[in-house]
Design a binder for this molecule. Structure first.
Ligand code: NAI
Ligand code: PYR
Length: 377
């Protein structure tokens, strides 16, 4: 199989979908890898390193898409990439289709086989290809909030950890999964007063076991969210229902009740955002906007800013699945691996992930109708 890796084009997206180690592994198993020139520079990987590992460098995205049977990317394709898809091409990347009707249409029109990193799901419910980037984004969210709280960045001028004799910042984290837990680690470490809300009591028990008295856990319901948000200097949005558009847990009324110069980091923006006032995706170039006196941050590719760390963390987990797809072909690979099968969002011009179909009001086709495998869902 020919595996193609284009350079990412999202604003300040410095990650790349394969490392030289990945190239070497693919080549060793008999595949060819073509990579767009300079695709790795943002992550500190040169064309020469890729060539030494066995890849061929191509001059532009068109050459890569034209040559490849399987495209490996990091972020969802952007409009200039839609016209590059080949009919029935395999696309392995983050897709986040629920808030992206035009991308979904483009994939359906070209009958692209779209396997989304973020919906590959193990039997225990975990999302192994989302986890490392959620670890990165969760940790970053507090670093970012600490900076935005500073007066020159529009914040109210509070030091996250306070100083002896002066109280620290109050941080409210909505969603206690991977992002939420990693945000809590950093916030607690910086000395903030942290409250974390989730609607899964088992998750709250786990957080209580891990953090003990260093943070407060609270059941997520609108009464508790309202109370915790109104008191917060920082709110981190970290809710996820896999594949679905994020529910708006923090409402506009709740944001209005926050004091001026408070900060919201809506990490869940890649699924549409879980804060009602976050009505747009921002970029690393212009990361914040102010609404109701509160500074909002809603960058959908946060890990792209720490690309060296993120590229290696991401490819550590994507490579085994990519190798399975290349070695077996997508149909056998998804028939043999339920977790991978859950990643299939679109195939053969049909939407095969229920939450995506529901979010976009499109017809849902169970994957087993295409694979003939009854066990998949
Ligand atoms: N902006 C960015 O650059 C990045 C965004 N993300 C996104 O961050 C979001 C969170 O990801 P993870 O933490 O990995 O997901 P996760 O699945 O580990 O955690 C989500 C948590 O939300 C909880 N939840 C669901 N409904 C809730 C409700 N009504 N109230 C409170 N909690 C609720 C779940 O119980 C779960 O614990 C996702 O949308 C993910 O795609 C992840 C990485 C980078
Ligand atoms: C998960 C995601 O959207 C990202 O890493 O950019």
């Amino acid at each position: 199989m020919i595996i193609g890796v284009p350079k990412e084009i999202k604003n300040n997206e410095n990650r790349v979908a394969i490392t030289p180690a990945g190239v070497e592994a693919m080549v060793r198993t008999g595949h060819n890898v073509v990579i767009e020139t300079n695709a790795g520079v943002g992550s500190g990987i040169s064309d020469e390193q890729y060539v030494a590992a066995g890849a061929q460098i191509l001059p532009g995205p068109k050459e890569v898409f034209d040559a490849a049977d399987m495209i490996m990317k990091v972020k969802e394709p952007l409009p200039p990439e839609y016209e590059l898809f080949k009919e029935c091409q395999l696309l392995f990347t983050y897709l986040h289709l629920a808030p992206e009707p035009e991308l979904t249409r483009a994939l359906l029109n070209k009958k692209v086989i779209g396997i989304a990193y973020e919906t590959i799901q193990l039997e225990d419910g975990s999302l192994p290809l989302l986890t490392p980037m959620s670890e990165v984004a969760g940790r970053m969210s507090i670093q970012i909030a600490a900076q935005v709280l500073e007066k020159p960045h529009g914040g109210k001028g509070i030091l996250m950890g306070g100083v002896p004799g002066v109280l620290p910042a109050k941080v409210t984290i909505v969603g206690g999964g991977v992002v939420g837990t990693n945000a809590a680690k950093i916030a607690v470490g910086m000395g903030a007063e942290v409250t974390i809300l989730d609607n899964n009591p088992n998750r709250l028990r786990y957080l209580n076991d891990i953090f003990g008295a260093r943070l407060k856990t609270l059941m997520s319901n609108s009464y508790n969210v309202k109370d915790a948000v109104s008191q917060a200097d920082v709110v981190i949005g970290a809710v996820l229902i896999p594949g679905a558009k994020a529910p708006k847990i923090v409402t506009e009324e709740m944001v209005k009740a926050m004091s001026p110069g408070s900060v919201i980091v809506d990490v869940a923006i890649d699924q549409g955002g879980c804060v009602e006032t976050v009505n747009r995706v921002t970029t690393h170039a212009e990361p914040t906007f102010v609404k109701h006196g509160v500074v909002h941050y809603s960058v959908a590719n946060m890990p792209g800013a720490v690309a060296r760390t993120s590229t290696f963390a991401l490819t550590n987990v994507t490579l085994p699945y990519a190798i399975a797809l290349a070695n077996k072909g997508y149909m056998t690979a998804i028939r043999e691996d339920k977790a991978l099968a859950r990643g299939v969002n679109v195939i053969d011009g049909k939407v095969t992930y229920k939450a995506v179909a529901e979010a976009l009001n499109l017809e849902y086709t169970p994957l087993e109708k295409i694979t003939g495998n009854p066990f998949l869902h």
